[in-house]
Write a new protein. Structure first.
Length: 295
């Protein structure tokens, strides 16, 4: 139990801190998705938002971002470590040797599903604070009150199915790519595993690669989620997806991919790095987030 609490504390700090640092990227990404064609790109969007709305415009939605990903870090990282160990120990070495990838993906998915129940309402509030001009500058309690008054408290979970698709895809790929890419680097350069410092650098680099891959895989669901919340979350996942396809074609599902890839590379590399730093500081020894017995 104490070990799980240390994992949760490490994950909470890593997720909330890194997401806080890249809030401006998240704002621009959401605007690129909710107002296609208005901004020519990541940098141009950031410059225009700053000119028109001031620096505070690039920090819209900071409250739900911090709270949502504080919860995410508390649940998904220790959850992944728990489910990964559980599934691989139950499967046994013979099965693991043949099915390690599906089991790792399943562990990431299981942990992410639980985390999404806290992230979903936070993300609904964040998107509306960024995309709805009538809610700009309002506090988080005010936004929750407005959404509840307009659509009922259940509206905070209207995008749950979509966010599950997005986060499960993102989470599975994040953990899988991180695990395998870090393993690849350590196998290629065994000397890097000999010190904590080099292990942390590998975590940083592997996290960046995992973030970019995860962004590409989950971007369509992220675009649909933004459009759903822009429309007060009333439309279904498939209805919204069809609408995007009819308006913008297949490329419409990847609006804002560049900014989201930069965003994800920063936060995922930072999360794994800070997560491992915290675990080292707190005396948790398995810095590489792998099983006690490597396969």
């Amino acid at each position: 139990l104490f070990r799980s609490a240390l994992f949760a504390l490490s994950g909470a700090f890593g997720c909330s801190f890194t997401h806080s640092l890249v809030i401006p990227l998240d704002v621009v990404k959401t605007r690129l998705q909710s107002e296609p064609g208005r901004y020519s790109g990541l940098v141009a969007g950031a410059v225009e938002i700053q000119k028109q709305e001031g620096w505070q415009g690039l920090l819209l939605g900071w409250e739900p971002t911090v709270l949502g990903y504080l919860w995410y870090g508390v649940t998904v990282y220790p959850g992944y470590e728990f489910f990964k160990r559980l599934f691989l120990s139950l499967a046994g070495p013979v099965v693991v040797d043949s099915f390690r990838v599906p089991l790792v993906l399943l562990a990431g998915a299981a942990a992410t599903v639980f985390a999404c129940f806290g992230v979903c309402p936070a993300e609904a509030c964040r998107i509306r604070m960024v995309a709805d001009s009538s809610l700009k500058g309002r506090s988080l309690p005010d936004v929750v009150a407005v959404i509840s008054e307009r659509d009922g408290i259940g509206a905070l979970y209207d995008g749950l199915s979509t966010i599950l698709v997005r986060q499960v895809l993102f989470g599975m790929m994040k953990f899988l790519v991180f695990d395998y890419f870090a393993d690849f680097v350590f196998d290629l350069f065994p000397v890097l595993a000999e010190s904590v410092q080099t292990q942390l650098l590998v975590s940083l680099f592997s996290g960046a690669v995992a973030g970019v891959v995860s962004s590409v895989v989950s971007q369509p669901a992220d675009t649909v989620l933004t459009r759903m919340n822009q429309q007060d979350g009333r439309a279904s996942f498939f209805e919204t997806g069809r609408e995007i396809f009819e308006e913008q074609g297949l490329g419409g599902f990847f609006a804002g991919l560049g900014s989201r890839s930069v965003w994800a590379a920063c936060i995922i590399s930072g999360q794994f790095f800070l997560y491992d730093v915290c675990k080292s500081f707190l005396g948790v020894k398995d810095l590489r987030m792998f099983l006690d017995v490597q396969v």
